[in-house]
Design a binder for this molecule. Sequence first.
Ligand SMILES: *Cc1c(COP(=O)(O)O)cnc(C)c1O
Length: 436
Amino acid sequence: MSEALRYVSTRGDCPAAGLSAAIAAGLAPDGGLYVPQTMPRRDIADFDPAGTLADTATTLLAPFFAGDPLADALPAICAEALDFPVPHRALTTDGAHVLELFHGPTAAFKDIGARFLAACLARLPRADTRPLTILVATSGDTGAAVGAAFHDRPGVRVVILYPDGKVSPRQAHQLGCFGDNVTALRVAGRFDDCQRMVKAALNDASLQAVVPLSSANSISLGRLLPQMSYYAHAALGWWRERGQPLDLIVPTGNLGNALAALWVRELGLPVGRVHLTCNANATLPEFLAGADYRPREAVATIANAMDVGAPSNVERLRWTFDDATLRRELPATCVDDAAIRDTIARHAREHGEVFCPHTATAMHVLDTLRAAGDRDDWTVVATAHPAKFESVVEPLVGHPVAVPPALAAMLARPSLADPLAADDGTLKAWLKSALR
Ligand SMILES: *Cc1c(COP(=O)(O)O)cnc(C)c1O
Protein backbone atom coordinates (compact mmCIF):
# COMPACT_ATOMS: atom_id res chain seq x y z
CA MET A 1 0.00 0.00 0.00
CA SER A 2 1.42 3.42 -0.89
CA GLU A 3 1.88 6.05 1.77
CA ALA A 4 -1.34 7.67 2.94
CA LEU A 5 -2.00 11.28 2.02
CA ARG A 6 -2.96 13.31 5.10
CA TYR A 7 -5.36 16.23 5.18
CA VAL A 8 -4.72 19.37 7.20
CA SER A 9 -6.98 22.28 8.11
CA THR A 10 -6.60 25.58 6.25
CA ARG A 11 -6.43 27.18 9.74
CA GLY A 12 -3.66 24.83 10.90
CA ASP A 13 -5.01 24.48 14.46
CA CYS A 14 -5.88 20.80 14.57
CA PRO A 15 -4.16 17.49 13.81
CA ALA A 16 -3.95 16.13 10.27
CA ALA A 17 -6.61 13.55 9.41
CA GLY A 18 -6.93 10.66 6.99
CA LEU A 19 -9.30 10.95 4.06
CA SER A 20 -12.17 8.96 5.63
CA ALA A 21 -12.05 11.02 8.81
CA ALA A 22 -11.89 14.27 6.83
CA ILE A 23 -14.89 13.25 4.72
CA ALA A 24 -16.89 12.08 7.74
CA ALA A 25 -16.14 15.32 9.62
CA GLY A 26 -16.96 17.80 6.82
CA LEU A 27 -15.54 20.86 8.56
CA ALA A 28 -12.19 20.53 10.40
CA PRO A 29 -12.44 20.80 14.23
CA ASP A 30 -10.74 24.25 14.22
CA GLY A 31 -13.41 25.58 11.85
CA GLY A 32 -11.11 25.40 8.82
CA LEU A 33 -11.47 23.39 5.63
CA TYR A 34 -9.52 20.21 4.94
CA VAL A 35 -6.87 20.36 2.22
CA PRO A 36 -4.27 17.75 1.17
CA GLN A 37 -1.02 18.21 3.10
CA THR A 38 0.87 18.02 -0.19
CA MET A 39 -0.57 18.22 -3.68
CA PRO A 40 0.13 14.93 -5.47
CA ARG A 41 1.43 15.06 -9.06
CA ARG A 42 -0.26 13.29 -11.92
CA ASP A 43 1.20 12.58 -15.34
CA ILE A 44 -0.75 12.61 -18.60
CA ALA A 45 0.74 9.18 -19.35
CA ASP A 46 -0.91 7.76 -16.19
CA PHE A 47 -4.33 7.97 -17.86
CA ASP A 48 -5.90 5.50 -20.27
CA PRO A 49 -6.81 7.45 -23.45
CA ALA A 50 -9.79 5.12 -23.98
CA GLY A 51 -10.96 5.45 -20.38
CA THR A 52 -14.41 6.64 -19.31
CA LEU A 53 -14.99 9.58 -16.99
CA ALA A 54 -15.14 7.10 -14.09
CA ASP A 55 -11.79 5.58 -15.20
CA THR A 56 -10.19 9.03 -15.36
CA ALA A 57 -11.57 9.82 -11.89
CA THR A 58 -10.19 6.57 -10.47
CA THR A 59 -6.68 7.29 -11.79
CA LEU A 60 -6.85 10.96 -10.84
CA LEU A 61 -8.02 10.38 -7.27
CA ALA A 62 -5.88 7.31 -6.46
CA PRO A 63 -3.18 9.32 -4.61
CA PHE A 64 -5.87 11.16 -2.62
CA PHE A 65 -7.29 7.81 -1.46
CA ALA A 66 -3.98 5.93 -1.07
CA GLY A 67 -3.63 4.19 2.28
CA ASP A 68 -7.18 5.05 3.36
CA PRO A 69 -9.82 2.42 4.22
CA LEU A 70 -11.82 3.71 1.21
CA ALA A 71 -8.93 3.13 -1.24
CA ASP A 72 -10.03 -0.32 -2.44
CA ALA A 73 -13.55 0.97 -3.07
CA LEU A 74 -12.44 3.96 -5.19
CA PRO A 75 -13.16 2.32 -8.58
CA ALA A 76 -16.64 1.31 -7.40
CA ILE A 77 -17.32 4.75 -5.90
CA CYS A 78 -16.34 6.45 -9.18
CA ALA A 79 -18.38 4.00 -11.27
CA GLU A 80 -21.43 4.54 -9.05
CA ALA A 81 -21.21 8.34 -8.83
CA LEU A 82 -20.04 9.22 -12.34
CA ASP A 83 -22.32 7.09 -14.49
CA PHE A 84 -23.79 9.87 -16.65
CA PRO A 85 -22.26 11.73 -19.61
CA VAL A 86 -20.37 15.04 -19.26
CA PRO A 87 -20.22 16.18 -22.91
CA HIS A 88 -17.57 18.64 -24.07
CA ARG A 89 -19.36 20.10 -27.05
CA ALA A 90 -18.31 22.58 -29.76
CA LEU A 91 -20.66 25.50 -30.35
CA THR A 92 -21.22 26.90 -33.80
CA THR A 93 -19.58 30.15 -32.67
CA ASP A 94 -15.83 30.22 -33.35
CA GLY A 95 -13.66 28.24 -30.98
CA ALA A 96 -16.26 28.09 -28.24
CA HIS A 97 -17.04 24.87 -26.41
CA VAL A 98 -19.31 24.04 -23.51
CA LEU A 99 -18.60 21.46 -20.85
CA GLU A 100 -22.08 20.28 -19.82
CA LEU A 101 -22.10 19.22 -16.19
CA PHE A 102 -25.89 18.97 -15.89
CA HIS A 103 -26.80 15.51 -17.20
CA GLY A 104 -27.20 13.95 -13.75
CA PRO A 105 -30.48 13.19 -11.97
CA THR A 106 -31.21 16.74 -10.74
CA ALA A 107 -29.87 18.62 -13.80
CA ALA A 108 -27.11 20.63 -12.07
CA PHE A 109 -23.41 19.92 -11.52
CA LYS A 110 -24.01 19.42 -7.79
CA ASP A 111 -25.06 15.83 -8.63
CA ILE A 112 -21.44 14.85 -9.16
CA GLY A 113 -20.20 15.88 -5.73
CA ALA A 114 -23.34 14.78 -3.89
CA ARG A 115 -23.36 11.32 -5.45
CA PHE A 116 -19.67 10.82 -4.79
CA LEU A 117 -20.04 11.93 -1.17
CA ALA A 118 -23.02 9.57 -0.71
CA ALA A 119 -21.05 6.69 -2.24
CA CYS A 120 -18.17 7.39 0.18
CA LEU A 121 -20.34 7.78 3.29
CA ALA A 122 -22.22 4.56 2.49
CA ARG A 123 -18.89 2.70 2.70
CA LEU A 124 -17.62 4.29 5.91
CA PRO A 125 -18.23 2.20 9.01
CA ARG A 126 -20.18 3.93 11.83
CA ALA A 127 -20.08 2.80 15.45
CA ASP A 128 -23.49 4.40 16.12
CA THR A 129 -26.37 2.19 15.02
CA ARG A 130 -28.90 5.05 15.02
CA PRO A 131 -29.64 6.62 11.65
CA LEU A 132 -27.40 9.51 10.65
CA THR A 133 -29.24 12.73 9.78
CA ILE A 134 -27.64 14.81 7.06
CA LEU A 135 -28.57 18.46 7.32
CA VAL A 136 -28.25 20.58 4.22
CA ALA A 137 -28.96 24.25 3.66
CA THR A 138 -29.54 25.05 0.01
CA SER A 139 -30.05 28.06 -2.21
CA GLY A 140 -31.62 25.67 -4.72
CA ASP A 141 -29.44 23.06 -6.41
CA THR A 142 -27.44 21.42 -3.61
CA GLY A 143 -30.48 20.24 -1.68
CA ALA A 144 -31.96 18.33 -4.61
CA ALA A 145 -28.62 16.76 -5.51
CA VAL A 146 -28.07 15.61 -1.91
CA GLY A 147 -31.69 14.42 -1.63
CA ALA A 148 -31.37 12.39 -4.82
CA ALA A 149 -27.98 10.98 -3.83
CA PHE A 150 -29.16 9.75 -0.42
CA HIS A 151 -32.80 8.90 -1.23
CA ASP A 152 -33.63 5.34 -0.08
CA ARG A 153 -30.13 4.69 1.27
CA PRO A 154 -30.40 2.69 4.51
CA GLY A 155 -29.22 4.24 7.78
CA VAL A 156 -29.35 7.85 6.55
CA ARG A 157 -31.94 10.60 6.66
CA VAL A 158 -31.69 13.92 4.88
CA VAL A 159 -33.24 17.19 6.07
CA ILE A 160 -33.13 19.99 3.49
CA LEU A 161 -33.60 23.65 4.49
CA TYR A 162 -34.36 26.16 1.75
CA PRO A 163 -35.48 29.79 1.76
CA ASP A 164 -39.21 29.80 1.01
CA GLY A 165 -40.01 31.70 -2.21
CA LYS A 166 -36.35 32.25 -3.12
CA VAL A 167 -35.76 29.17 -5.26
CA SER A 168 -37.25 28.59 -8.72
CA PRO A 169 -40.64 26.81 -8.80
CA ARG A 170 -39.06 23.71 -10.30
CA GLN A 171 -36.24 23.75 -7.77
CA ALA A 172 -38.85 23.92 -5.00
CA HIS A 173 -40.76 21.00 -6.51
CA GLN A 174 -37.58 18.92 -6.74
CA LEU A 175 -36.65 19.63 -3.12
CA GLY A 176 -39.98 18.34 -1.86
CA CYS A 177 -40.49 15.40 -4.22
CA PHE A 178 -38.34 12.70 -2.59
CA GLY A 179 -40.27 11.69 0.53
CA ASP A 180 -39.23 8.54 2.44
CA ASN A 181 -35.93 9.35 4.19
CA VAL A 182 -35.70 12.87 2.72
CA THR A 183 -37.60 15.81 4.27
CA ALA A 184 -37.76 19.36 2.90
CA LEU A 185 -38.28 22.36 5.20
CA ARG A 186 -39.20 25.69 3.65
CA VAL A 187 -37.78 28.35 5.91
CA ALA A 188 -39.38 31.78 6.28
CA GLY A 189 -36.09 33.58 5.70
CA ARG A 190 -33.05 33.73 3.48
CA PHE A 191 -30.35 31.24 2.53
CA ASP A 192 -28.06 32.76 5.16
CA ASP A 193 -30.69 31.94 7.81
CA CYS A 194 -30.84 28.32 6.61
CA GLN A 195 -27.07 28.04 6.76
CA ARG A 196 -26.92 29.58 10.26
CA MET A 197 -29.63 27.21 11.54
CA VAL A 198 -27.77 24.17 10.17
CA LYS A 199 -24.51 25.31 11.77
CA ALA A 200 -26.21 25.93 15.11
CA ALA A 201 -27.69 22.42 15.09
CA LEU A 202 -24.38 20.81 14.09
CA ASN A 203 -22.56 22.66 16.89
CA ASP A 204 -25.07 21.64 19.58
CA ALA A 205 -23.58 18.66 21.45
CA SER A 206 -26.72 17.98 23.49
CA LEU A 207 -28.80 17.81 20.31
CA GLN A 208 -26.21 15.56 18.65
CA ALA A 209 -26.45 13.20 21.64
CA VAL A 210 -30.11 12.63 20.78
CA VAL A 211 -29.99 12.98 16.99
CA PRO A 212 -26.63 12.16 15.31
CA LEU A 213 -26.09 14.83 12.68
CA SER A 214 -23.77 15.40 9.76
CA SER A 215 -23.75 17.84 6.88
CA ALA A 216 -23.31 17.68 3.14
CA ASN A 217 -22.48 21.29 2.38
CA SER A 218 -20.02 22.40 -0.23
CA ILE A 219 -17.03 22.47 2.10
CA SER A 220 -16.89 18.67 2.20
CA LEU A 221 -13.81 17.12 0.58
CA GLY A 222 -16.10 14.33 -0.57
CA ARG A 223 -17.80 16.85 -2.86
CA LEU A 224 -14.74 18.81 -3.94
CA LEU A 225 -12.44 15.96 -4.99
CA PRO A 226 -14.76 14.36 -7.58
CA GLN A 227 -15.32 17.75 -9.21
CA MET A 228 -11.74 17.56 -10.43
CA SER A 229 -12.64 14.51 -12.55
CA TYR A 230 -14.57 16.23 -15.31
CA TYR A 231 -11.93 18.91 -15.75
CA ALA A 232 -9.18 16.30 -15.91
CA HIS A 233 -11.18 14.19 -18.35
CA ALA A 234 -11.98 17.09 -20.68
CA ALA A 235 -8.46 18.56 -20.47
CA LEU A 236 -6.79 15.22 -21.24
CA GLY A 237 -9.06 14.68 -24.25
CA TRP A 238 -8.35 18.19 -25.48
CA TRP A 239 -4.60 17.74 -25.00
CA ARG A 240 -4.53 14.47 -26.91
CA GLU A 241 -6.49 16.02 -29.76
CA ARG A 242 -4.82 19.44 -29.97
CA GLY A 243 -1.69 19.45 -27.82
CA GLN A 244 -3.04 22.52 -26.00
CA PRO A 245 -4.13 23.11 -22.41
CA LEU A 246 -7.85 23.65 -21.86
CA ASP A 247 -8.88 27.25 -21.05
CA LEU A 248 -12.02 27.51 -18.91
CA ILE A 249 -14.63 30.10 -17.95
CA VAL A 250 -16.34 28.95 -14.76
CA PRO A 251 -19.58 30.30 -13.20
CA THR A 252 -18.72 30.72 -9.51
CA GLY A 253 -20.51 31.03 -6.19
CA ASN A 254 -18.92 29.18 -3.27
CA LEU A 255 -15.89 28.53 -5.49
CA GLY A 256 -15.97 24.73 -5.22
CA ASN A 257 -16.32 24.12 -8.92
CA ALA A 258 -13.62 26.59 -10.02
CA LEU A 259 -11.21 25.51 -7.29
CA ALA A 260 -11.45 21.95 -8.60
CA ALA A 261 -10.27 23.20 -12.01
CA LEU A 262 -7.34 25.07 -10.41
CA TRP A 263 -6.38 22.00 -8.39
CA VAL A 264 -6.31 19.88 -11.55
CA ARG A 265 -3.75 22.32 -12.93
CA GLU A 266 -1.75 22.05 -9.67
CA LEU A 267 -1.63 18.28 -10.15
CA GLY A 268 0.23 18.89 -13.42
CA LEU A 269 -2.60 18.24 -15.87
CA PRO A 270 -3.30 20.42 -18.92
CA VAL A 271 -5.79 22.93 -17.58
CA GLY A 272 -4.71 26.37 -18.85
CA ARG A 273 -6.28 29.69 -17.98
CA VAL A 274 -9.27 29.81 -15.63
CA HIS A 275 -11.60 32.84 -15.69
CA LEU A 276 -14.20 33.13 -12.90
CA THR A 277 -17.60 34.67 -13.50
CA CYS A 278 -19.87 35.83 -10.70
CA ASN A 279 -23.32 37.37 -10.69
CA ALA A 280 -23.84 40.72 -8.95
CA ASN A 281 -22.18 39.30 -5.81
CA ALA A 282 -18.79 41.00 -6.11
CA THR A 283 -16.76 39.62 -3.18
CA LEU A 284 -14.38 37.58 -5.36
CA PRO A 285 -13.98 39.97 -8.31
CA GLU A 286 -13.19 42.85 -5.93
CA PHE A 287 -10.66 40.81 -3.96
CA LEU A 288 -8.97 39.50 -7.10
CA ALA A 289 -8.80 43.04 -8.48
CA GLY A 290 -6.71 44.00 -5.46
CA ALA A 291 -9.12 45.04 -2.69
CA ASP A 292 -8.99 43.55 0.80
CA TYR A 293 -11.00 40.37 1.16
CA ARG A 294 -14.41 41.52 2.39
CA PRO A 295 -17.10 38.85 2.83
CA ARG A 296 -20.60 40.31 3.00
CA GLU A 297 -24.28 39.40 2.79
CA ALA A 298 -25.42 37.92 -0.49
CA VAL A 299 -27.67 39.82 -2.87
CA ALA A 300 -30.43 37.95 -4.71
CA THR A 301 -30.01 37.49 -8.48
CA ILE A 302 -31.59 35.37 -11.21
CA ALA A 303 -28.51 33.09 -11.05
CA ASN A 304 -29.56 32.12 -7.52
CA ALA A 305 -27.16 29.20 -7.00
CA MET A 306 -24.34 31.74 -7.16
CA ASP A 307 -25.86 34.15 -4.63
CA VAL A 308 -22.92 33.94 -2.24
CA GLY A 309 -21.35 36.87 -0.39
CA ALA A 310 -18.81 34.86 1.62
CA PRO A 311 -17.54 32.07 -0.66
CA SER A 312 -16.58 29.20 1.63
CA ASN A 313 -13.78 27.84 -0.55
CA VAL A 314 -11.83 31.12 -0.46
CA GLU A 315 -9.96 29.60 2.48
CA ARG A 316 -8.83 26.73 0.30
CA LEU A 317 -8.00 29.06 -2.58
CA ARG A 318 -5.75 31.24 -0.40
CA TRP A 319 -4.16 28.17 1.18
CA THR A 320 -3.21 26.89 -2.28
CA PHE A 321 -1.98 30.19 -3.81
CA ASP A 322 -0.64 33.44 -2.42
CA ASP A 323 -2.73 36.57 -3.00
CA ALA A 324 -0.26 38.12 -5.47
CA THR A 325 -0.36 35.02 -7.68
CA LEU A 326 -4.14 34.94 -7.52
CA ARG A 327 -4.44 38.58 -8.50
CA ARG A 328 -2.03 38.08 -11.37
CA GLU A 329 -3.43 34.84 -12.73
CA LEU A 330 -7.09 34.55 -11.81
CA PRO A 331 -9.41 37.03 -13.52
CA ALA A 332 -12.96 37.30 -12.20
CA THR A 333 -15.87 39.26 -13.64
CA CYS A 334 -19.26 40.29 -12.26
CA VAL A 335 -22.23 39.89 -14.59
CA ASP A 336 -25.47 41.58 -13.54
CA ASP A 337 -29.00 40.34 -14.15
CA ALA A 338 -29.55 42.58 -17.17
CA ALA A 339 -26.45 41.18 -18.89
CA ILE A 340 -27.50 37.62 -17.97
CA ARG A 341 -30.93 38.17 -19.52
CA ASP A 342 -29.46 39.76 -22.62
CA THR A 343 -27.00 36.89 -23.07
CA ILE A 344 -29.70 34.21 -22.75
CA ALA A 345 -31.98 35.97 -25.23
CA ARG A 346 -29.25 36.71 -27.76
CA HIS A 347 -27.72 33.23 -27.88
CA ALA A 348 -31.18 31.71 -28.33
CA ARG A 349 -32.00 34.16 -31.11
CA GLU A 350 -28.68 34.08 -32.95
CA HIS A 351 -27.41 30.55 -32.33
CA GLY A 352 -30.40 28.50 -31.12
CA GLU A 353 -28.55 27.72 -27.87
CA VAL A 354 -30.37 27.98 -24.55
CA PHE A 355 -28.34 28.50 -21.38
CA CYS A 356 -29.28 28.61 -17.70
CA PRO A 357 -28.69 31.96 -15.93
CA HIS A 358 -25.48 30.68 -14.27
CA THR A 359 -23.98 29.41 -17.50
CA ALA A 360 -24.98 32.71 -19.11
CA THR A 361 -22.59 34.62 -16.82
CA ALA A 362 -19.70 32.68 -18.36
CA MET A 363 -21.09 33.01 -21.89
CA HIS A 364 -21.37 36.76 -21.36
CA VAL A 365 -17.68 36.99 -20.43
CA LEU A 366 -16.73 35.00 -23.54
CA ASP A 367 -18.83 37.39 -25.65
CA THR A 368 -16.99 40.31 -24.04
CA LEU A 369 -13.60 38.73 -24.79
CA ARG A 370 -14.65 38.20 -28.41
CA ALA A 371 -15.80 41.79 -28.72
CA ALA A 372 -12.32 42.84 -27.55
CA GLY A 373 -10.70 40.77 -30.32
CA ASP A 374 -9.90 37.52 -28.46
CA ARG A 375 -9.98 34.55 -30.87
CA ASP A 376 -8.69 31.83 -28.52
CA ASP A 377 -10.45 28.55 -27.81
CA TRP A 378 -12.43 28.77 -24.60
CA THR A 379 -14.59 26.24 -22.82
CA VAL A 380 -17.61 27.65 -21.01
CA VAL A 381 -18.65 25.50 -18.07
CA ALA A 382 -22.41 24.83 -18.16
CA THR A 383 -23.53 24.21 -14.58
CA ALA A 384 -27.28 23.63 -14.86
CA HIS A 385 -29.90 22.67 -17.42
CA PRO A 386 -31.97 25.70 -18.50
CA ALA A 387 -35.22 23.78 -17.87
CA LYS A 388 -34.54 24.09 -14.14
CA PHE A 389 -34.92 27.86 -14.43
CA GLU A 390 -37.80 27.96 -16.87
CA SER A 391 -39.49 30.93 -15.21
CA VAL A 392 -36.45 33.08 -16.07
CA VAL A 393 -35.38 31.45 -19.33
CA GLU A 394 -38.61 30.76 -21.23
CA PRO A 395 -39.86 34.37 -21.42
CA LEU A 396 -36.42 35.38 -22.73
CA VAL A 397 -36.14 32.72 -25.43
CA GLY A 398 -39.84 32.82 -26.32
CA HIS A 399 -40.48 29.07 -26.32
CA PRO A 400 -40.74 26.21 -23.83
CA VAL A 401 -37.46 24.52 -22.92
CA ALA A 402 -37.60 20.72 -23.23
CA VAL A 403 -37.33 19.07 -19.81
CA PRO A 404 -34.76 16.25 -19.45
CA PRO A 405 -36.36 12.90 -18.51
CA ALA A 406 -34.95 12.64 -14.97
CA LEU A 407 -36.20 16.13 -14.12
CA ALA A 408 -39.58 15.39 -15.73
CA ALA A 409 -39.93 12.28 -13.56
CA MET A 410 -39.30 14.35 -10.42
CA LEU A 411 -41.77 17.03 -11.50
CA ALA A 412 -44.41 14.33 -12.02
CA ARG A 413 -44.15 13.23 -8.39
CA PRO A 414 -46.07 15.02 -5.61
CA SER A 415 -44.01 17.51 -3.62
CA LEU A 416 -44.24 18.42 0.04
CA ALA A 417 -42.29 20.82 2.27
CA ASP A 418 -43.01 21.72 5.91
CA PRO A 419 -42.91 25.42 6.82
CA LEU A 420 -40.39 26.44 9.50
CA ALA A 421 -39.56 29.74 11.22
CA ALA A 422 -36.04 31.08 10.59
CA ASP A 423 -34.96 30.38 14.13
CA ASP A 424 -32.18 28.11 15.46
CA GLY A 425 -34.25 26.81 18.37
CA THR A 426 -37.19 25.98 16.13
CA LEU A 427 -35.03 23.74 13.93
CA LYS A 428 -33.53 22.01 16.97
CA ALA A 429 -36.99 21.36 18.41
CA TRP A 430 -38.20 20.09 15.04
CA LEU A 431 -35.25 17.69 14.78
CA LYS A 432 -35.86 16.35 18.29
CA SER A 433 -39.54 15.71 17.78
CA ALA A 434 -39.48 14.56 14.18
CA LEU A 435 -36.39 12.38 14.19
CA ARG A 436 -36.06 10.90 17.61
C1 LIG B 1 -23.73 25.75 -7.13
C2 LIG B 1 -23.84 26.29 -8.51
C3 LIG B 1 -22.90 27.18 -9.03
C4 LIG B 1 -21.75 27.69 -8.21
O1 LIG B 1 -20.81 26.68 -7.93
P1 LIG B 1 -19.75 26.88 -6.76
O2 LIG B 1 -19.03 25.59 -6.67
O3 LIG B 1 -20.55 27.17 -5.52
O4 LIG B 1 -18.88 28.00 -7.15
C5 LIG B 1 -23.05 27.60 -10.33
N1 LIG B 1 -24.08 27.19 -11.09
C6 LIG B 1 -25.01 26.33 -10.63
C7 LIG B 1 -26.13 25.93 -11.50
C8 LIG B 1 -24.93 25.84 -9.32
O5 LIG B 1 -25.87 24.99 -8.86
